[in-house]
Design a protein around this ligand. Structure first.
Ligand code: ADP
Length: 249
């Protein structure tokens, strides 16, 4: 029974905007092959924590470690190259291209970004092969020749995730991946995220608590910039402070 491998951790993380403390004393351990949810009411600091972890914002206090390396002072492009990507960072879906073409473009993009960990794809065959595998993994094979514009909203989100995975990240950050979706798409995207997390860590901000209950192994609850509770969903949702502060019961 070995300890899960921590791939991303924050210790004493804090951010002030002028005199206002938006995030304070946040400790977080994100594990390989686990889905970690960051939840909390509006204004709790979830987006700020995401921006701190990806280094879009420089922390005022604390330390961040990615895959054993201190990234507290590392630039965001370097963090992405080291293997932590946020969904919107690189996912651009081109509506007039097909699903397959979109994935191929994403697979070629790392070369443009001079991504160092990326081994250049030597042949078109190699590129196509990898694109097909990504489509298969994300359940998109049926739609490979459909224009992205013609996909359902949920399927478009899955295509976005596919383009993100082209960078082969170890840690994937998703900001409200189910936002604005109907039940069916929510279930489909949840299943895809579960699949994606078999081989990497996922940290996601999510408002849909039944999704969090279904697929997330770890839950961290933020309130007014601080951690109110963390643990598995059952533990966190039974915590009276969480119930009163977050769920309003
Ligand atoms: P959440 O994502 O949980 O809704 P945010 O991280 O967006 O919360 O915001 C946390 C708090 O920090 C809020 O009170 C917000 O107004 C404040 N805040 C966020 N970004 C800035 C900023 N750039 N300047 C000043 N205040 C900010």
């Amino acid at each position: 029974d070995h300890e899960p491998r921590v791939v991303l951790s924050a210790r004493g993380l804090g951010k002030d905007f002028g005199g206002f403390t938006a995030v304070n004393n946040v400790n977080l351990d994100v594990q390989h092959a686990r889905i970690h949810a960051l939840i909390g009411p509006n204004g709790a600091g979830k987006t700020t924590v995401f921006n701190l972890l990806t280094k879009f914002l420089q922390p005022t206090r604390g330390q961040i470690t990615l895959l054993g390396t201190d990234i507290t002072r590392t630039r965001p492009d370097k963090v992405a190259r080291m293997g932590m990507v946020r969904s919107f960072q690189i996912s651009a879906v081109f509506p007039h291209l097909t699903v397959l073409e979109n994935v191929r473009v994403a697979l070629q993009r790392p070369a443009e970004l001079a991504v160092q960990f990326w081994r250049p794809l030597k042949t078109l065959n190699q590129l196509n092969g990898r694109a097909e595998v990504l489509l298969e993994d994300l359940g998109l094979t049926r739609w490979r020749d459909a224009r992205a514009a013609d996909l359902s909203y949920g399927r478009k989100r899955v295509l976005e995730i596919a383009t993100t995975l082209a960078l082969d990240p170890e840690v994937l950050l998703l900001d409200e991946p189910m936002a604005g979706m109907g039940q069916e798409d929510v279930r489909m995207v949840a299943e895809i995220i579960r699949e994606v997390a078999r081989h990497r860590a996922v940290l996601m901000v999510e408002h849909n608590l039944s999704v969090v209950a279904d697929i997330c192994h770890q839950v961290t609850v933020l309130q007014r910039g601080e951690i109110l509770a963390h643990g598995d969903y059952a533990t966190v949702s039974a915590d009276p402070r969480v119930r009163s502060a977050y769920m309003g019961t």
